[in-house]
Design a protein around this ligand. Sequence first.
Ligand SMILES: CC(C)(COP(=O)(O)OP(=O)(O)OC[C@H]1O[C@@H](n2cnc3c(N)ncnc32)[C@H](O)[C@@H]1OP(=O)(O)O)[C@@H](O)C(=O)NCCC(=O)NCCS
Length: 182
Amino acid sequence: MNRPTIPLRRLHALSEREIEGLADVLVDCVEGGASVSFVLPFPREKALEFWQRVARDLDEGKRAVLVAEDALGICGTVQLVLDLPDNQPHRADLVKMLVHRRARRQGLGAALMRAAESTARDCGKTLLVLDAVTGGDAERLYARLGWTRVGSIPNYALMPDGSPCGTTYFYRSVDKHRAHTP
Ligand SMILES: CC(C)(COP(=O)(O)OP(=O)(O)OC[C@H]1O[C@@H](n2cnc3c(N)ncnc32)[C@H](O)[C@@H]1OP(=O)(O)O)[C@@H](O)C(=O)NCCC(=O)NCCS
């Protein structure tokens, strides 16, 4: 399978332009039916507010944010929540894995996941946890990349149209001595 040519980078702060671009990706995903915390209608202001909060967390070192950018702007992103309780200093949550519909099915999701795992190692994290809609595209991606499925909770959240969906939890050890499998 071809590797994507879309470059990835880690952002250590979010500019206004980046917040706008990230909001575009989030709106596209929610309008496309992704269950990523929000329901429809999803005004752009709400997306901007979300990324402004992320920007504040970034400033405080509480998150890591990765983005992919094509000729039209930011087209993919993923985050690590680094700021977890004192008894989990080795762990991070992987959240808001988002690829704009224009950039899907080219391997970008997989590339963002690998980059997030590498960033987690750089941050001294050895265990990652995430959740995904049961039976969705993302669940397939994480299983393909070697993440361990823990189990599913029925009726955990809502799809953007308000219908209920289950959530499946995954974890992955990203110990630096463990090679990436796929
Ligand atoms: C889930 C998501 C991140 C995947 O992103 P993506 O960039 O499409 O991921 P990939 O391209 O790595 O893989 C997706 C599919 O494309 C296929 N693919 C990858 N590269 C390909 C290529 N060059 N040619 C053809 N197919 C390809 C993969 O095999 C995979 O197939 P499958 O879905 O049948 O298993 C994306 O669909 C998305 O953002 N969804 C909405 C938001 C969301 O739900 N996020 C998850 C929150 S937990």
